[in-house]
Design a protein around this ligand. Structure first.
Ligand SMILES: *Cc1c(COP(=O)(O)O)cnc(C)c1O
Length: 384
């Protein structure tokens, strides 16, 4: 079976893990954690980084650190992995779900602007209120879908105008470039990366939140480490045990040493699928907006003319040929916990999401295997 996306552990992972065991630093204190934070901060182009147990937990404490609280609304795209909206719910808040743009599958920034204009008002105490629900709008959470940054310069202007903090969910976007800038330096208050097993760079599991604001980064670290003050079991806030262990960071450090190699492999795989498949009528590539260089986390194609049923059929046939292919994120407004959240019309989201087919894209995928996949997709597409 050619899997969809598996970790590539050909670097110094086992050597570093052995170091953890020899030194007994296997838990949440240890030299690899700080080293990993420095490596991620540098790759992201940000001043400060805090490692956490997962991308989801980093998003949660990042939202808390900018003041998101119970009953607030956080602007987010509906088309995302459920962790983005779950982190909002973990704060007791709800997402205000937005459609995406065709060119990048990221939040529709023009729609954010027009909805803020049309549907919010400033209360006497200065809070921004969403008039239809009476709830406070507390933050904006763009998602860097597939490794493509949202249109951040436009979004940052709107956020400044409305005094809203931005938490960027860049879970799979380490290595992405936006208008020549690295992804952790695009004006968000926090930018969050995931190091889950299916991401380009993994730590087994884990997350990192980066920021250029030292005080905010310190607050996030405080929240993620039980909000402890001093060493006598004093805690001044409701904190969380969201620390990354030295074991995870050891793998993460070894992986980060190969970031550029991995990114090159990911981009090449994506290129080859585009060249091999997108000449077929009805088959199109994942988006590549002019303003950004995607980190190409996932590869695949969009089959606009095929129904969801046909896509299921195609996936079964590919599986029979030893190829794992999958559908992609079901939008948040179709998930029961978020089905009552306020939302915009979703025409682009609805048009795109049922037609996405993801294909194997591990950085270790061989050229021969990829040729075989392309041939099989062509063959089966003619039949479904
Ligand atoms: C992977 C992912 C997350 C969650 O990260 P975990 O480390 O698995 O908690 C959040 N958002 C997006 C867009 C992701 O792709």
């Amino acid at each position: 079976m050619i899997p969809l996306a598996v970790p590539n552990l050909a670097g110094r992972e086992s050597e570093y893990l052995q170091e953890c065991i020899n030194s007994t630093y296997v838990s949440s204190v240890g030299p690899f954690v700080s080293r990993f934070e420095e490596m991620v901060a540098q790759a992201a182009g940000a001043k400060h980084a805090v490692a956490t147990s997962a991308g989801t937990t980093a998003l949660h404490v990042a939202l808390l650190a900018v003041g998101v609280s119970r009953d607030d609304l956080v602007i987010a795209p509906s088309f995302t992995f459920v962790a983005s909206v779950a982190a909002i719910a973990h704060c007791g808040a709800s997402p205000w779900l937005f459609d995406i743009v065709e060119d990048g599958w990221t939040i529709d920034v023009a729609m954010v602007k027009s909805c803020l204009e049309a549907e919010t008002a400033r209360a006497e105490d200065g809070q921004l209120i969403h008039c239809p629900t009476g709830r406070r709008v507390a933050a904006i959470l763009p998602v860097f879908t597939l490794g493509i940054p949202a249109d951040m310069s436009a979004l940052v202007r709107i956020a400044q105008q409305y005094r809203l903090p931005i938490i960027a969910d860049a879970a799979a976007a380490l290595g992405a470039v936006y208008k020549g800038q690295t992804s952790g330096n695009l004006g968000a208050d926090f930018t969050v990366y995931s190091f889950n097993g299916n991401k380009t760079v993994t730590a087994g599991g884990g997350g990192v939140a980066v920021s250029n604001d030292e005080d905010r980064a310190k607050l996030l670290r405080h929240l993620s480490t039980t909000a402890r003050v001093g060493s006598d079991y004093d805690h001044d806030m409701v904190g969380y045990n969201y620390r990354m262990t030295n074991l995870q960071a050891a793998i993460g450090c070894a992986q980060m040493e190969n970031l550029e190699v991995f990114l090159t492999a990911k981009r090449r795989i994506s290129d080859r699928y585009n060249k091999g498949l997108c000449t077929i009528s009805g088959v199109s590539a994942f988006p590549t907006p002019n303003y950004a260089k995607s980190a190409c986390w996932f590869s695949g194609v969009v089959l606009a003319g095929h129904s969801r049923h046909q896509l299921d059929d195609l996936r079964v046939r590919l599986r029979q040929r030893g190829i794992e292919a999958r559908s992609f994120w079901k939008p948040s407004h179709h998930q029961s916990p978020y089905s009552n959240s306020p939302k915009t019309q979703m025409s682009v989201t609805e048009r795109i999401w049922p037609h996405i087919l993801t294909l194997p894209c591990s950085t270790s995928l061989s050229d021969a295997d990829q040729r075989y996949i392309i041939d099989c997709v062509k063959l089966e597409l003619a039949d479904v």
